[in-house]
Design a binder for this molecule. Sequence first.
Ligand SMILES: Nc1ncnc2c1ncn2[C@@H]1O[C@H](COP(=O)(O)OP(=O)(O)OP(=O)(O)O)[C@@H](O)[C@H]1O
Ligand SMILES: [Mg+2]
Length: 349
Amino acid sequence: MEGAFLSCAGNSLPTSRRLNVERRRGVVCMVLGRSKVDLGNVHWTTPKGEGSYGAVFFGKDDNTGTEIVVKCPKDVPLAVNLLETEKYVNNKLSAVDGRWAEYLGSFSVPYEADVPRGTMRTCLVWRKEGDGSTLDDYLSKLPSFRLPQLCGVYEQTTSALQRQTCKFVVKELLYCLIEMQEHGIMHRDIKPANIVASPESKHPFKVIDFGSSCDWHTPLKRGLSTATCDPVYAAPERRLNMFSPQKFDVFSVGLIGMQVLMPSLREQWQVADFKYRLEKYDYDLVRWCAGILDGGGSCSMVQQVRDFYDDAELLPVLAQMLRKDPSKRASAEGALASGAFGHVALADE
Ligand SMILES: Nc1ncnc2c1ncn2[C@@H]1O[C@H](COP(=O)(O)OP(=O)(O)OP(=O)(O)O)[C@@H](O)[C@H]1O
Ligand SMILES: [Mg+2]
């Protein structure tokens, strides 16, 4: 994958996760923040991606070969707010080894170095996971065998492969929600484009992009007022429910589960259309399936629904995760405890 090149010559990023986190973060900030970084070697080329709120670059520490990702916000107030939240949440979560990208620190690019026009000089840095491909790439761009391969799932038939892959992805994402929620973090923008693949890691999916998150454990619920969540993946309530804030992200994971399960929902517009139709059924997935089987979908869609309609575990749990009313929607713990994902170890077991 093409990316920009950011070289931090003359210094090393720490490589080992065995280092204690505080020390590691200190080292990184020092390395990236102090002027000893040879900024003559910083080359900004085509960014990996340029969204509405910032640009993301790939880089490399020449000494250790550590691949990094650098995110610079655009110089507009909303982007600055999102970056502040992202920095805060990453700092908080970096104390834990969870299913999210490893945050290395923030740094200010000194004035003698060029930055792309319109971007700010404060940047956040993560260790690069894999080659930067996201779950969205796996669903809609890469060959279809790549996702089950990433999940380590092997099955004889295509439909069994899809069901098992769906179970694996949903299980990993539910664990990730539990890990975040233990620290009060509601992500609010869980979608395939914000999940990077990490083939070398014991957890092949890492959540990124915490700019829209909210910390429910702070008195003023930090981040609550700033969100740019994707309307397609957002739960029907659109805002965090005061009594069940953690259910918002569960809905998004449910939608992702449907995308993994059904090849007809792999593209953005297809999942948007699915959500629109689900709304017509008042977010009752079982009724939506019955409608498809009753002739309300293309031949391939009918076949795909038939393939999982009789799965006594998967359909009920996905239906629970996609319920309209957050108080009736499954929690991440409840969905995992349903038995649909095999035996799972929850914190209190
Ligand atoms: N730690 C990481 N490892 C590998 N790739 C990453 C990492 N963080 C971000 N990326 C890559 O950069 C892209 C954009 O990152 P992110 O979602 O954080 O930024 P964004 O502001 O939402 O940008 P965009 O609007 O392009 O999605 C991701 O889709 C992914 O390909
Ligand atoms: Mg993103």
